[in-house]
Write a protein that binds this ligand. Structure first.
Ligand SMILES: [Zn+2]
Length: 372
């Protein structure tokens, strides 16, 4: 009896607490989505207008023993000597994404038609009406929670009302076909990304990566996007009052980089930025776009850290488990100057520093905790 009890004790699932990211748990549809996505992409990459370009580039790089190509294989854990077919196959898909699809419109009509078909195909087969309905339900639940949290927060009355109006205005955006959708300018945002807030339309753009999120992960990610509707950049653009989360922002600054403006004046003088762009960035200190700061120069990280913080705060009375942000368990290469902290820092410094999250793991990061 004693041994039996001991065994139950040892193997109890409650005690066998998994560390965060040890065993990510994706949605039920994640695997079939990936299979269909990879298959469709490879079909596209093998078409007669694209495959010869990919294969030709590969043989040139291989002949020159290109270090970039060697690194590319290493990163994907594919050995060209022992797995030449797999190597060539993966290369085609990679080439098609980076050098063909991302360049849409390519000015070659036949290729553009293929890209449109590829996009529409994935959109129709993966973003089904059933999935859209499910996502809308999850979105409404996240919105309701965000509204409740703001209503019950210690913020002052006027600020609360402004934020509530902003949250109410947010909606989801799904593309049907590529032509005429806003993804014409940023096609990979749909094919290779999850959720993204579009401040110009108060919309959350839904990308295919969203399909793999489990329900809890989805809720946290939606709350993050909703928070962008009232982050410091949005606030400084639209409101005359001080940002109501100044105190939280100040606390987050302990590990959040500010925008590097050391070349702002120079960019105005050289004409890289127009007068109105220059004035916009002068006024809105935490904003950035694809033009400024240019690649490699530090963007302000406060809008992203705040959105993470709010999504954590909004869940303080909810039941949560360790799979709340499995999307952050993936190693994403951040380019220098990125507006994001590393995924590890996002998990530990923002989410796990909150009391209700820290109880899920043995690792403590209380020193980063920010509260009202
Ligand atoms: Zn964000």
């Amino acid at each position: 009896m004693a041994i039996r009890l001991l065994l139950i004790f040892l193997f109890s699932p409650i005690l066998a607490k998994a560390e965060i990211c040890e065993r990510p748990m994706w949605s039920d549809r994640a695997e079939s989505t990936k299979r269909l996505f990879d298959k469709t992409l490879y079909q596209f990459a093998s078409s007669k207008d694209i495959a010869p370009l990919a294969d030709d580039t590969l043989s040139k790089l291989a002949k020159a023993q290109s270090p970039t190509l060697i690194d590319w294989g290493k990163k994907r854990n594919i050995n060209p000597q022992t797995e030449p077919e797999k190597f060539a196959k993966e290369w085609r898909s990679y080439f098609a994404t980076q050098f063909i699809i991302s360049k849409y419109p390519t000015k070659v009509t036949a290729v553009d038609i293929l890209i449109e078909q590829h996009f529409d195909n994935l959109s129709e087969n993966l973003m089904t009406n059933q999935y859209k309905k499910y996502l809308n339900e999850q979105f409404l639940a996240a919105k309701k929670l965000a509204l409740q949290k703001i209503t019950n927060s210690p913020l002052e009355k006027d600020s609360k009302q402004i934020i509530i109006n902003k949250i109410n205005a947010v909606k989801l955006y799904f593309p049907e076909k590529l032509r005429g959708s806003k993804y014409e300018k940023s096609i990979l945002e749909f094919l290779n990304w999850g959720l993204a807030f579009d401040p110009n339309n108060d919309e959350i753009n839904v990308g295919l990566d969203t399909l793999k999120y489990n329900e809890q992960n989805l809720k946290v990610a939606l709350l993050h996007e909703i928070a962008h509707s009232f982050d410091t950049c949005r606030w400084s653009q639209k409101e005359n009052s001080n940002w109501p989360f100044e105190k939280i922002g100040l606390c987050l600054r302990k590990f959040t980089l500010t925008r590097d403006d050391s070349r702002l004046e120079e960019f105005k003088t050289t004409g890289y930025l127009t007068e109105s762009e220059y004035l916009f960035f002068k006024k809105n200190q935490t904003c950035h776009n694809t033009k400024y700061p240019p690649s490699g120069i530090q963007k302000d990280q406060i809008t992203e850290t705040f959105a993470d913080w709010f999504s954590a705060y909004a869940l303080s009375d909810e039941k949560i488990n360790i799979h709340f942000r499995d999307d952050l368990c993936e190693d994403k290469n951040r380019e220098p100057g990125s507006s994001y902290l590393s995924n590890t820092d996002r998990l530990y410094k923002i989410y796990l520093s909150q009391k209700h999250f820290s109880s899920l793991t043995k690792k403590k990061s209380d020193e980063f905790r920010c509260t009202f």
